[in-house]
Design a protein. Structure first.
Length: 165
């Protein structure tokens, strides 16, 4: 196991259970990773009383916007977003700390601290995000009854991401 190899067993406590239910004592950091954004959001909402001021390290495979949106709701500030690339896929790791700061709609959709990242993966990550939004836009444009507001929002988001590549 990696924890043994890195000699971390004295510093780390791993728990298995449903959501945050196994967390009974105050922790410095709680990590919730490897699920969809909807699942992580639900874990945070239902387990908010167990967070007890811990810093959060979060990484979802999908729907990052749902995690960003829930953080102010549960009393957390999105402090850092770092893109990663592994096994042919892009990931986003978010760090949140206790506090109160609302996010704009754009920050919820596209990221806030993400654009301050110094990661060498940032530009390829943003390029891939713009491609995904472009594919979504193409689908909307070919729809029988496309939503003009959604189309315009996607165009704005693509322009915004493209300007940072």
């Amino acid at each position: 196991m990696e924890m043994i190899r890195l000699n971390l067993l004295e510093k780390v406590s791993l728990r298995l259970g449903d959501g945050l239910s196994p967390v009974h004592e105050k922790c410095d950091v709680i990590s919730v990773m490897g699920m969809g954004g909807r699942t992580i959001r639900d874990i945070l909402r239902t387990g908010v009383s167990r967070l007890q001021g811990a810093s959060l390290i979060l990484s979802a495979h999908t729907d990052w916007h749902l995690i960003r949106a829930v953080l102010p709701e549960i009393g957390y500030i999105l402090e850092q977003e770092e893109p990663c690339f592994a096994a042919g896929r892009y990931y986003l790791v978010l760090r949140a700390i206790p506090g109160k700061k609302d996010l704009t709609d754009q920050e919820i959709r596209l990221g806030g601290p993400l654009f301050s990242s110094s990661s060498p993966v940032l530009k390829p990550f943003l390029k891939r995000r713009a491609e995904v939004l472009s594919e979504r836009l193409a689908g909307l444009l070919s729809a029988t009854d496309p939503d003009p507001d959604q189309i315009e929002q996607l165009r704005q988001d693509i322009r915004f991401l493209s300007s940072r590549i």
